[in-house]
Design a protein around this ligand. Structure first.
Ligand SMILES: [Zn+2]
Length: 83
């Protein structure tokens, strides 16, 4: 099941998650903006992001733990600079 969260750019993390549809996430985001005292700032800061299915609390695009795994694989196959 795909999980969505509300990502806050200012904090660099999720302020909300456990949202299991894009619609639910967008509704929650609209609710947060409605309740906020500073809606303009929040519109810049907050966005709906899909969570990494393998790692809790990480965005699917740009998951730090997934990226580390990919980096390890890349290290085993160094670029051929002598060509
Ligand atoms: Zn991940």
């Amino acid at each position: 099941m795909t999980e969505y969260g509300i990502w806050t750019e200012n904090d660099g993390g999720f302020t909300e998650h456990d949202l299991y549809s894009l619609q639910a996430a967008n509704e929650r985001l609209a609710e947060i903006i409605r309740e906020s005292d500073d809606p303009d700032a929040d519109r810049e800061d907050l966005r709906v992001v899909e969570l990494c299915p393998d790692h809790e609390g990480q965005p699917k695009d740009g998951c730090e733990e997934c990226n580390e795994e990919y980096d390890d694989e890349a290290d085993e196959d160094p670029p051929d600079d002598d060509a």
